[in-house]
Write a new protein. Structure first.
Length: 356
C-alpha cells in the first residue's frame, strides 16, 4: 500500500520540467509511391528539386525546433537542388544552413565555387545566395541557424561552401552526433542551454575568414570582445522564470554596468528586447509542436500576461498571427498523412530564422 500524500503534485512547473523537446518525424512511406517525391519537396520552398533515380522516392527524418536553430537528421535518396537568383530574391531568406553528411556526399556549386562535401566535412550554405546542390543517397544532419544568432559570437559571416577541416570542425561533428542522439530525451526547459552550446560550438568551427580573430581584432561586432560576459548574461536570463527578468538583479550577479550590457545586446535591440524575442520563440515553438492550450494560456506560461500585447508582438515578429499559424497547420491535416503537417511546420520554422 502506498501513501498518496507522499506523491508529488503535478503542477504546471514540474510537468513542464519533465516534458522532452518535441521530435517531429516524417517518412515518405506514408504516401503513395507516385506522390513521395513531391511530399518531401514540400519541406523546402526556397529551392526547386529534381529526382535523380526513377521509382518511388524514399526520405525520412527527425526534426527539432530550438531557439533560433532548426536541427534535422535525414535519410534521403539522391536528388538535385537549385535556387537561382530570382528564387533567392523572392524567398527573402538570409539564414545559414550547415550540412553534415554521415554517409554519402553533397556537391555544392555556386558563383566561383564547386566543392564536394564528404563524411567528415561540414558545408555552410548562405541562403541569400543562388546555389545548386547534387546529393547522393545520404544520411546526415542539416542545421539551419539564424544569422544574427551566430554572428553575435563570431562576427559577420561571409562563407559559402565547405569549411576547412580542423579540430574545431571535428568537435562540431562529434557534438552534433551526440546531440541528435540525446535530443529526444532532453527536457524542454533546457532548450535555451542546448541552443547556446550548439551555437557556440558552431561559432568555434568558423574559420578566421568569417570575421573572428584569435586576438579579438577584426570585424567582430560590438560586444564580441566580452563573449564570456554575454554568455553569463544569457545563462542568467535562461534561468529566470519567463517574464520575471530583473535587470538590477542581473547586473549585480554578473558585475556589469547598464552601458556595457546595452552594448553587448545592441544588435538585439537591448537586453529586454533580447529576452522578449527569446520568449516569443518559445510561444512559436509551442504552437508549431501542437500545444493544445489556448494562445492566452501559452503566452502566460512564457511571461506574456497581456494577450493583446502578445498578439501585436507575435505578428510583428513573424509576419502572421498565432491564429493564422494554427489554421495553416490545421488546413493540411485532412489533405494527407501527418507528414504534411511536419512539412508546413518545418517551412515556417525555417522561414522564421530570417526574421530578426
Amino acid at each position: 500500500m502506498t501513501d498518496d500524500s507522499q506523491q508529488p503534485i503535478a503542477t504546471p512547473t514540474n510537468v513542464a520540467a519533465l516534458t522532452s523537446i518535441a521530435t517531429l518525424t516524417f517518412d515518405t512511406a506514408d504516401w503513395p509511391p507516385e506522390e513521395r517525391f513531391d511530399a518531401w519537396c514540400r519541406h523546402n520552398s526556397a529551392s526547386t528539386f529534381t529526382q535523380v533515380e526513377q521509382g518511388a522516392f524514399s526520405a525520412r527524418g527527425r526534426i527539432w525546433l530550438l531557439d533560433g536553430i532548426v536541427v534535422s537528421e535525414h535519410w534521403v535518396d539522391p536528388f538535385r537542388g537549385h535556387r537561382d537568383r530570382a528564387l533567392a530574391r523572392d524567398a527573402a531568406m538570409d539564414h545559414l544552413m550547415l550540412i553534415l553528411p554521415y554517409d554519402g556526399t553533397t556537391r555544392v556549386r555556386g558563383r566561383g565555387m564547386n566543392v564536394l562535401c564528404r563524411p567528415g566535412d561540414v558545408a555552410i550554405l548562405d541562403y541569400r545566395r543562388p546555389l545548386a546542390t547534387e546529393n547522393s543517397r545520404q544520411h546526415g544532419v542539416a542545421i539551419s541557424i539564424r544569422r544574427t544568432l551566430l554572428e553575435e559570437r563570431c562576427g559577420p559571416i561571409d562563407l559559402h561552401g565547405r569549411l576547412p577541416r580542423s579540430p574545431e570542425v571535428r568537435l562540431l561533428l562529434d557534438h552534433v552526433r551526440g546531440l541528435v542522439f540525446h535530443l529526444p530525451s532532453i527536457r524542454q526547459t533546457n532548450v535555451a542551454t542546448v541552443t547556446r552550446i550548439l551555437r557556440d560550438v558552431i561559432a568555434m568551427a568558423m574559420p578566421d575568414a568569417a570575421g573572428s580573430a584569435p586576438d579579438g581584432s577584426g570585424s567582430a561586432p560590438d560586444g564580441a570582445d566580452h563573449p564570456d560576459l554575454r554568455g553569463r548574461i544569457v545563462a542568467h536570463i535562461a534561468g529566470c522564470p519567463p517574464g520575471r527578468l530583473s535587470v538590477p538583479s542581473l547586473l549585480r550577479e554578473v558585475g556589469a554596468t547598464r552601458p556595457t550590457v546595452y552594448r553587448l545586446f545592441r544588435a538585439d535591440g537591448g537586453l529586454i528586447a533580447y529576452d522578449r524575442k527569446r520568449r516569443l520563440a518559445m510561444v512559436h515553438r509551442a504552437l508549431c509542436t501542437g500545444d493544445r492550450r489556448s494562445a492566452t494560456e501559452i503566452g502566460a506560461a512564457f511571461g506574456f500576461g497581456d494577450p493583446a500585447n502578445l498578439s501585436r508582438l507575435f505578428r510583428a515578429r513573424y509576419g502572421y498571427t498565432m491564429t493564422q499559424l494554427r489554421r495553416g497547420l490545421a488546413l493540411l491535416a485532412p489533405a494527407g498523412p501527418a507528414s504534411d503537417d511536419v512539412a508546413l511546420t518545418y517551412r515556417q520554422a525555417v522561414a522564421s530564422l530570417s526574421r530578426n
